[in-house]
Design a protein around this ligand. Structure first.
Ligand code: AMP
Ligand code: MG
Length: 364
């Protein structure tokens, strides 16, 4: 069986799911390893660095008196969060839960899991951190071979999937116990971790008085404040049909932009079908609907990350209904469907510019 892995975030260190139109992050530090770059004293205080965490190179760039301290601290924080939550690291808190070598999680991990529970409920289960046994069976995140599980195998695996298959009990000393009711249930916060980490990076920048920053964690972009010339950041959203290009640009400040798309990671199987890394928790199969990508634009990184995954699972019409009816969450979005139409919510309609030939429809 021939499998093709397409994960441009791994293969091209500087390729971004969202292209940054007005700032070239390729000029940002080194591609790996973490050497930073700083302006000489007295010049615009700018500092940038690329760190490797969460399986991708992450570009951090900030301007301000404490730019260096802020970026260095953010880089360490990203690696710390990775070591806490990585599903592929048996020593992480999530890794230990899944291997049943530990059942205690810190207050911070509890926050991420509780947020995941909340977003799972709000999205009617489309976001589901217990989908991991299914994700693994298809070969995603295992580092092994991609494969198409049989229907019987999927049916069996789905019996271990469900947000009701674990309970959390806070122990009072900033930790909690996780108890699984099913021996094979596992957790994977991978679809929200980068967003959570983005929130932390933003907070760290804030604590260092940084009012202009731009970071890229794969499909997660953080914009802080405006550019130093006073204009807004213009972030380009990847063309899912041609991922080396972008198809729409959005002008923003102080926003998190998170894109989920099948083009980010997939394999082509012998049956001629392209199987992607985002699973429909109802079917136990890779999402195969009318959407090519979902971009969420929000004030909250973790929410944006979970929502981009969940609304991708839901499909175009259900995602639009969700945006119209969900009163608990405030966000804008760009959906790109399989015939190339871009659906842009009204809040960002005026600040979005199509850069190709795809038609745009405004959602009110
Ligand atoms: P993202 O790139 O944020 O959309 O997250 C996708 C990753 O989250 C996948 O690579 C899986 O590890 C995991 N995942 C896949 N499907 C789901 C789902 N329906 N809910 C939560 N996590 C998922
Ligand atoms: Mg996500």
């Amino acid at each position: 069986m021939k499998y093709i892995l397409r994960n441009k975030l791994r293969l091209i260190p500087m390729a971004l799911t969202a292209f940054l139109l007005t700032l070239s992050l390729t000029a940002c530090g080194n591609a790996s390893g973490g050497a930073g770059s700083a302006e000489p004293e007295g010049a615009a205080e700018e500092y940038s660095k690329t760190v490797y965490a969460m399986d991708i190179p992450i570009d951090l760039k900030a301007w301000g008196k404490q730019a260096r301290e802020a970026v260095e601290e953010a880089g360490q924080e990203l690696q710390r969060i990775d070591s806490l939550l990585s599903v592929t690291n048996a020593e992480s808190q999530i890794g230990q839960l899944n291997a049943r070598t530990g059942s205690t999680i810190s207050g911070e991990t509890l926050d991420v899991v509780q947020d995941s529970v909340r977003l799972s409920e709000l999205t009617g289960g489309a976001f589901n951190i217990t989908i991991y046994p299914v994700v693994r069976a298809w070969g995603f995140t295992t580092g092994g071979e991609y494969r198409v599980p049989s229907d019987a195998e999927i049916t069996e695996l789905l019996t271990h999937v469900g947000m009701d298959k674990f309970t959390l009990s806070e122990s009072g000393n900033d930790s909690a116990e996780v108890v699984f009711s099913d021996e094979k249930t596992m957790l994977d916060t991978g679809a929200i971790t980068k967003g959570y980490a983005s929130d932390r990076v933003y907070e760290i920048f804030d604590s260092h008085g940084i009012d202009s920053a731009l970071c890229s964690l794969g499909g997660n972009i953080i914009t802080k404040g405006k550019k130093t010339d006073g204009s807004q950041w213009r972030v380009g959203i990847t063309d899912p049909f041609n991922p080396d290009d972008y198809c729409i640009a959005v002008a923003v400040e102080d926003k998190f932009l998170v894109t989920s798309g099948g083009y980010e990671r997939y394999f082509n199987a012998d049956d001629g079908i392209r199987y992607i890394h985002i699973m429909d928790p109802e079917t136990g199969r890779p999402v195969d609907n009318d959407l090519e990508s979902v971009t969420i634009i929000s004030d909250h990184g973790a929410e944006a990350d979970a929502l981009s995954t969940a609304l991708f699972v839901k499909g175009r019409d259900a995602a639009i209904d969700f945006w119209k009816n969900c009163t608990e969450l405030e966000f804008d979005m760009i959906l790109i469907d399989d015939d190339g139409t871009m659906y842009v919510t009204e809040g960002i309609a005026d600040s979005s510019t199509a850069t190709g030939n795809y038609p745009v429809k405004i959602i009110h």
